[in-house]
Design a binder for this molecule. Structure first.
Ligand SMILES: NC(=O)c1ccc[n+]([C@@H]2O[C@H](COP(=O)([O-])OP(=O)(O)OC[C@H]3O[C@@H](n4cnc5c(N)ncnc54)[C@H](O)[C@@H]3O)[C@@H](O)[C@H]2O)c1
Length: 334
């Protein structure tokens, strides 16, 4: 399998690139503009003859067309991601997510390639009846709250992908990813787990936005990647929307307490408002949990990591990074 991964220098994409190259006789090409991703994420693959990183914009048809031509399957992950980024750069978010997906789908249709589209659990919006199944209604908030622009852009991606499937026979699988965490995820665009771990390791207060009673299910990136690969090789998944994630639920307050305990931190846990956190009002989702019946039936997928095991891996990675940074600093001292 020759695979193109758009957004492959990002958090999930870099793990996916490694998994494909580890498991199969394949070549991987990554297309990424390195806006939130980095070359460092792909350091383990640098120099391999079966791997290539192309720096470019997924909205640029001239760049995308020859890359799609060279592959059999496209994993389309490139997107503007993260509540902070979305709130601060809504034009960039909408353009990247909609135009990028349209470019990939149009080229895939022209070349007859399979596309695995990364969508998001955000599309369930304010639905407050978990677990969310793929056929449930989406309940997005008002356009006055820019937060929904991300969900809306990803919903448009889903409609576009299904439209290409219906009208142009394009083989697509839409994967609605729930919160994914793991080594290499960054906190600076609003991801809660890396932010809490950084704060805990610094003995700084862990800032819980809102009441902390909002619940989420966090999936280890290795489980997410395995699900994407299972779906990519499942003919029955073509033309389908499929939830991907873990169904172990935790409140954000409990998550903060767990991270403080696991890191042995002296941090306090502090509640702050969304206005304080983002400089503007952000409407949050109170619950988010996937119904995994469909992916189980299609592929036999089961998440293998508990939340605690996942947090152990992320904390170990963050401690390793902190130790390397400390060593670099001391080596630079005269
Ligand atoms: N991490 C999660 O919890 C989560 C949850 C739901 C959905 N997703 C989806 O999974 C995908 C990957 O997310 P991630 O968490 O790895 O985020 P990420 O920010 O690490 O990855 C996105 C990648 O896309 C690249 N990119 C952005 N704009 C681009 C452009 N115009 N051209 C080329 N590359 C561009 C970025 O540089 C980055 O490497 C996204 O589509 C996201 O919507 C992620």
């Amino acid at each position: 399998m020759n695979a193109l991964i758009t957004g492959g220098a990002g958090f999930i994409g870099s793990h996916l690139a490694e998994a494909i190259l580890d498991a199969r006789a394949s070549r991987v090409v990554v297309l990424d503009d390195l806006s939130t991703g980095s070359r460092a994420n792909l350091a383990a693959l640098a120099g391999r003859s079966d791997f290539e990183l192309v720096e470019g914009d997924v909205c640029d048809q001239g760049v995308v067309a020859p890359l799609v031509d060279r592959c059999e399957v496209v994993f389309h992950l490139a997107a503007a991601v993260g509540v902070r980024l979305i709130a601060e750069c809504p034009i960039h978010t909408i353009k990247t997510n909609v135009n990028g997906t349209e470019t990939v789908l149009a080229e895939a249709a022209r070349h007859g390639r399979t596309v695995i589209v990364a969508s998001t659990s955000e599309v369930y919006g304010k639905n407050n009846r978990p677990p969310f199944a793929e056929g449930d209604d989406t309940t997005l908030g008002s356009t006055q709250s820019m937060r929904w622009s991300y969900a809306c852009s990803k919903l448009t991606d889903e409609f576009l992908a299904l439209a290409y499937h219906q009208q142009r026979d394009l083989p697509v699988v839409i994967c609605r990813l729930f919160n994914t965490i793991g080594p290499r995820q960054q906190g600076r665009y609003g991801m809660v787990v890396p932010r809490f771990i950084r704060q805990a390791l610094d003995d700084a207060p862990l800032e819980v936005y809102g009441t902390g009673r909002q619940t989420r299910c966090f999936c280890h990136v290795a489980d997410t990647v395995r699900a994407l690969l299972l779906l990519a090789s499942c003919p029955e998944a073509v033309g389908q929307v499929v939830n991907v994630g873990s169904d172990e639920s935790v409140s954000i307050r409990q998550l903060a307490e767990c991270i403080v305990e696991m890191t042995g931190s002296r941090s306090d846990i502090r509640a702050i408002s969304y206005e304080q956190a983002y400089g503007r009002w952000i409407e949050d989702m109170q619950v988010r949990a996937p119904d995994l019946k469909k992916i189980r039936a299609l592929t036999g997928y089961e998440p293998t990591y508990t939340l605690r095991k996942t947090l152990e891996a992320v904390i170990a990675h963050a401690c390793g990074q902190a130790a390397t940074a400390q060593q670099d600093r001391s080596e630079r001292r005269p």
